[in-house]
Structure formats: structure tokens, C-alpha cells
Design a protein around this ligand. Structure first.
Ligand SMILES: [Zn+2]
Length: 201
């Protein structure tokens, strides 16, 4: 057991910070010290913001997004096209697509990908609710924006199958050359997928 350098409250703060993605024990100590030094400007507002988040954060019962209201802001935004659903694995993907601001659509967050080896089957993901939304009849196109991993593609195949009985267009991202990307810098997998999913010019 290593020698303690501070009281239990500070040790606990460091331990919890170390669990945040991107922070290890060393960064956690630095972050904790920074917060403590900036008690009024940073530590107090952060604690208050976290307290409020604890009280208010909800999972949207329609799409699986996180927000402070249920249904979420995206699901209730009348300016969004309710006919287009973008299916993503995680909320982080939703945020990335929103940052890209490419579509004014609605979303459906699966909460992961099918992975039988890890015990993740269709029932562990928000698939039933997706099928129900499509069955509602308002959705005209489902865009499968899943990752280009084996699990992501397995999930895409499964979803395509599940949605095949409905009058809905199922599309997926072209696994493409990133905008501004030079072919030379792409890995083979990306390049091969880009070739396979080539479209008419
Ligand atoms: Zn929602």
C-alpha cells in the first residue's frame, strides 16, 4: 500500500477522477490539484454542475439518447425530418454526427453492437424499439451509421434483416475515403471498403 499524501476526501477525488476515460492516476492527481487550487472558479461550479446532472439526466425513451428531458430535444424538435432515422451505436456517435451537421434527421441509439461472445444479443440492445418506430409508418429511410468493425457490420446485417418487411429504405454509410484524405494514408481495410462501396459518378 502506497503512502497517503492527503486526507480521504482528496484521495477519493483522485480515485474517482482516475476512472474518467482519458485520465489515468497521474492525470487524475494533476486534475485534482488543479481543481483544489481553483476552488471557487472551478471546483465549486463543477460540483454544482455534476449535482444538477445527477438530478436531471434522463435516457430518452424514444431514441436512447441522453438529455435532461424525455423525450429528448432531438426527438421533440419539429424542424427535424421525422422520416429519416440515423441508427448509431452510442451517444458519442450521435454527438459526432451532430458536430458534422450533415443531416437534419432523428436518431436511434442502439447502446452497443451485437457481440455473441460477450453475451450481447438483440435483447441487450435497443432493437425492438427501433423496429417499433419503423412499424409506426412515419420513417421512410433508416441510415445505419454503425462502425466499420466486424460487430458493427454484423449488427447492420441483422438490422437490415429485421427491417426488410417494412416499407422503408435501409441505407448505410459508404465506408469511404475521409474528406481531404489521401488514399496513400488510408489503411487497407478502409481502402478495400471504399472500393467495394464505390458508387456511379
Ligand atoms: Zn430522443
Amino acid at each position: 500500500m502506497s503512502k497517503r499524501i492527503a486526507g480521504p476526501e482528496i484521495e477519493r477525488l483522485i480515485q474517482l477522477l482516475a476512472k474518467v476515460p482519458g485520465l489515468g492516476p497521474r492525470s487524475a492527481r494533476r486534475a485534482a490539484l488543479h481543481l483544489i487550487k481553483k476552488k471557487e472558479q472551478l471546483l465549486e461550479p463543477l460540483a454544482a454542475a455534476m449535482g444538477e446532472a445527477v438530478d436531471k439526466v434522463r435516457i430518452c425513451s424514444t431514441c436512447g439518447n441522453v438529455d435532461t428531458s424525455d423525450p429528448c430535444m432531438i426527438c421533440t424538435d419539429p424542424r427535424r425530418d421525422a422520416g429519416t432515422l440515423i441508427v448509431v451505436e452510442d451517444v458519442s456517435d450521435l454527438w459526432a454526427l451532430e458536430r458534422a451537421a450533415a443531416m437534419n434527421a432523428r436518431y436511434h441509439v442502439l447502446g452497443g453492437t451485437l457481440s455473441p461472445l460477450d453475451g450481447i444479443g438483440p435483447d441487450q440492445l435497443n432493437i425492438r424499439s427501433l423496429v417499433d418506430r419503423v412499424a409506426g409508418g412515419e420513417v421512410k429511410e433508416v441510415i445505419l451509421a454503425v462502425n466499420a468493425t466486424v460487430e458493427g457490420q454484423t449488427t447492420a446485417h441483422y438490422l437490415t434483416d429485421q427491417l426488410s418487411g417494412f416499407d422503408v429504405k435501409v441505407t448505410r454509410l459508404a465506408h469511404g475515403v475521409p474528406v481531404g484524405g489521401e488514399l496513400d494514408y488510408l489503411d487497407e481495410g478502409t481502402l478495400a471498403a471504399a472500393l467495394r462501396s464505390r458508387t456511379a459518378f
